[in-house]
Design a protein around this ligand. Sequence first.
Ligand code: PGA
Length: 262
Amino acid sequence: MSKRKRYLIAGNWKMNISSSDARELVVDIAGKVGKVPKVDVLICPPFTSIPEVKNSLSSLAGAESIFLGAQNFYPEKNGAYTGEISAIMLRELGVSHVIIGHSERRTLFGEDDGLLNKKVLYALGTNLIPILCVGETFEQRKNGREVQVIAGQLKSGLRGIFQTEAKKLVIAYEPVWAIGTGETAVPEVVQKMHLSIRELLRELFGPKTAASIKILYGGSMKADNCKSLLQENDIDGGLIGGASLQATSFADIIKIANELSE
Ligand code: PGA
């Protein structure tokens, strides 16, 4: 089956893999993956491992389609923001993508829709590709509110974005109950949610732009369940936590995505 756009397979290392272990993992991933001309790969290490990942990638032949991402930033140019990192600092390190609004940021660090919207706008303004994460809790799904919750998160997160900028966006649908739990949503359920996201993007930005925006799935995606997920029409890749910490499992997902593109 040939998909209409390139898959994006993104690894979110979260607060794992210190800079002393990063090179080994990156070299191992690249070695196991080999050539995957039809897939974009993204690695999002902790801030302190970014330089090591960048150096490792630049010394590897065939790693041109492996991009470097960050897991967070603060949407100001510079100033008195103790403990924060700016978008410009990330750009300087060769970072091209940034995760925004992961449910761990929303719940553990109290990031609200207003701040997340500011981050999305700021990322676009500094040429970072925002990966805006949305997802419902188990409770919200149980009450039949999942589509409404996701629509609310998207509308606030994407407020004020012009159509011309919107095609650079990436959206990640990550049901909170599936993150790090081993509990993956079944492909048909994910497809239904992705379709509702696509429809909302259509309303906001028109059909052409909506069709070009990548919508990733995240929540216990692994080598043994990624194929059926990636085969769905509106699933354009994955945002992968646990399975991106091991070279074999991450490389297997990338290879499966590449095969599906052929
Ligand atoms: P998981 O994490 O793959 O470990 O469920 C996904 C994420 O939180 O992005």
